[in-house]
Design a protein around this ligand. Sequence first.
Ligand code: ATP
Ligand code: MG
Length: 139
Amino acid sequence: MLQRTFSIIKPDATERNLEGAILDRIQKTGLRVVAMKKIRLTREQAEGFYHVHKERPFFGSLVEFMCSGPVVCSVLEGEDAVTKYRELMGATNPANAAEGTLRKDFAVNLEANSVHGSDAPETAAFEISYFFNALEMIG
Ligand code: ATP
Ligand code: MG
């Protein structure tokens, strides 16, 4: 099923100039970029994006991290895009991430784990609309 998912290349990765390397790996899976922008999140924007985690002990630190530098937001389209991209990303903690995954190869630690990807089609719909309007998506 043709599907869309939402991706963020996080501040630890943009800091190390890894946008191109990560996008190359994304595109090699066959997923297509249908929207993309580089922005710096405000605290409010980061809090809103990760609102599902607001009761978690790591929430404050996560928000701080996500605002600490630029991020590259994109909408990816392809067959089973949500699952396909989560598989490419690997486990949240890079110590547990499988060989060949983005987090295994690029993540610094559990928080600075280089990439975000939607965890379900419903989450993807919310996250895409949080950052992009219909006119900004092609395809
Ligand atoms: P993401 O939503 O960013 O794709 P995920 O779905 O793999 O990651 P979540 O449980 O949604 O993992 O956590 C969101 C993010 O919060 C993680 O990617 C990581 O940056 C950070 N995080 C998660 N758990 C911890 C923790 N125990 N300590 C510090 N940071 C954490
Ligand atoms: Mg998540």
